[in-house]
Structures are given as structure tokens and as C-alpha cells.
Design a protein around this ligand. Structure first.
Ligand SMILES: [Zn+2]
Length: 277
């Protein structure tokens, strides 16, 4: 019954729709024609075809925009899973969730991410002591760059070595993959004890990025003597790696309170109260 009512309503509204002097329907909202007459060769009688009015064209544009947005979001979500595969925790580190404790550092990192261009070889070296938010910022950069439609991979020495410790063919394929990302982020460089064999793999990745002119963001706990080049010894494998990095990555020093200590103190305060200590 309701269906029948709808049909009657529709046909009524169709007949109620305004028409132009030729009897063609015009849109009551935008006043533009919704029909036009067409004449086919060899046929005398013109026939009437539907044409989109301004409202329909706008609705179609909006539908396409929604589809494009959804596709871009799906692409970014997929890229994010790939980027943070080795470090899922960092996936939620964004400039929006920044605690605001170091506004100058946040601003520099955000500017880098906002102006990121994969054709530009320069990157960042985030250095400073433990717990100063280097990994958070590096992850926030990755997230912003991915949101802007670029590809990124966050990795560390262990993952690089795992990827490179395979057959020659696979090694080449994995190296090509690492070199293919618009941005490569290497976490905690120098944190673990590394054998010369491991360092060789790390060097080949960093040197590959260097030679292909592709940007990197590197975080490290290494101190200033390493960064300002006062330790530069050709026999020292780290010197060789840092020479390459410092040619392309602008060093930003992370200072300030250790967030881990603050978190520990917060936890103790809460628990002391709860436990009646
Ligand atoms: Zn209209």
C-alpha cells in the first residue's frame, strides 16, 4: 500500500514539476533544465532525454569526492600497517596526540612532515638521551607523511638485518623494497650491540638511500661527539655510517625531561595512594 502511495506521489510530483516553454522539465530547486530534446538523423520525431541539473551535478561531484577520500584513507591505512609492522605501538603516535612538552621540537618535526617531498634527499637525525620523545616524533612524521599520500617504512637495525640475512636474490629484492619507500625511518640506531656483519647490512641500506637520493629520518641515543664529527675514524664502522647520515640528515637535539621517569613517578604516586602507603 505504501509503495502504491509512493508511486502516486512520484507521478504527481513529476507532473507538478515546472516545465519550460517547450514543455521540458526544469528543476524546481536550481531552475536548470532536467530534460532536452534530441533529434537523431533519419528520424523526424525528437525524443526527450534526461540531463543533470546543477543539483544533480553537485551531488555527483560530492559522491566522487567521498569516494576519492575513502580510497585515500584505505590506502593510508594499508600503508600505516605496512610502515609500523615491526613496531605497532608507534602507529598511534601523531602530532595530534603529542603531549606538547617540547613545542619547539614538535614544530620542527611537523614542518618537516608538512613540507616532505620524496624528491628532496634531506632528512632528519633526531638525537639525544633516552625518553626524550625521539621515536614518538619520528612516528608522528611517518603518520603525517602517510596521510599526505606518500609511502614510509619504520624499521630498526634488527629488522634490517633480518631482511638482509637471506639468499642473495631475496636480499636484493628486500634492499630494493627498502630503497623504494618515499621515506625510511630508522629507529634507535646504535642501541644494540652490533657486529661488523650487522653493520655492513645497515651500511648498505643507508648507502643505498644516499646514492638514490632518498630521504631518511634516523633516531639515535648517540651523543654529541658522534654528531659533531669529533669521532671520525675510518676504522670505526659507526663513523662510516654517521658520515653518510650527517651528509643528508639535519641533526635535531632532543633535550628535556625523561618521559619514562615522569611516567614512573606518576605511577608511584597513584599506587601509593591506592595502597595506602
Ligand atoms: Zn536542480
Amino acid at each position: 500500500m505504501d509503495k502504491l502511495k509512493d508511486v502516486i506521489k512520484d507521478s504527481l510530483s513529476e507532473t507538478d514539476s515546472p516545465t519550460d516553454s517547450d514543455g521540458l522539465l526544469i528543476c524546481e530547486k536550481c531552475g536548470k533544465p532536467k530534460q532536452k530534446k534530441m533529434v537523431l538523423p533519419g528520424r523526424d520525431k525528437p525524443f526527450i532525454v534526461h540531463i543533470p541539473c546543477e543539483c544533480e551535478e553537485r551531488a555527483e561531484r560530492e559522491r566522487l569526492e567521498r569516494e576519492e577520500k575513502a580510497a585515500a584513507k584505505a590506502k593510508a591505512d594499508k600503508m600505516r600497517r605496512e610502515c609500523f609492522a615491526a613496531s605497532g605501538f608507534y602507529r598511534d603516535c601523531t602530532f595530534e596526540t603529542d603531549d606538547g612538552m617540547t613545542p619547539a621540537l614538535s614544530s620542527r618535526c611537523r614542518r618537516y612532515a608538512d613540507m616532505f617531498d620524496p624528491k628532496e634527499p634531506y632528512g632528519l637525525l633526531l638525537w639525544g638521551s633516552v625518553g626524550t620523545g625521539k621515536s614518538f616524533m619520528s612516528s608522528a612524521i611517518a603518520n603525517r607523511v602517510i596521510n599526505r599520500g606518500f609511502s614510509a617504512l619504520q624499521t630498526d637495525v634488527r629488522s634490517i638485518v633480518n631482511l638482509m640475512e637471506s639468499s642473495f636474490e631475496n636480499r636484493q629484492r628486500n634492499l630494493d623494497r627498502i630503497l623504494g619507500y618515499d621515506l625510511l625511518l630508522i629507529e634507535d640506531l646504535g642501541a644494540q650491540r652490533s657486529t661488523s656483519y650487522m653493520m655492513e647490512h645497515v651500511y648498505s641500506v643507508i648507502d643505498g638511500r644516499y646514492k638514490t637520493g632518498k630521504p631518511m629520518v634516523v633516531t639515535t641515543n648517540f651523543g654529541g661527539d658522534r654528531i659533531n664529527g669529533s669521532i671520525s675514524d675510518s676504522d670505526d664502522p659507526w663513523s662510516r655510517i654517521f658520515d653518510r647520515i650527517l651528509e643528508r640528515c639535519y641533526p635535531i637535539r632532543f633535550t628535556g625531561q625523561n618521559r619514562r621517569t615522569i611516567k614512573k613517578e606518576d605511577m608511584r604516586k597513584v599506587m601509593k595512594e591506592r595502597l595506602g602507603i
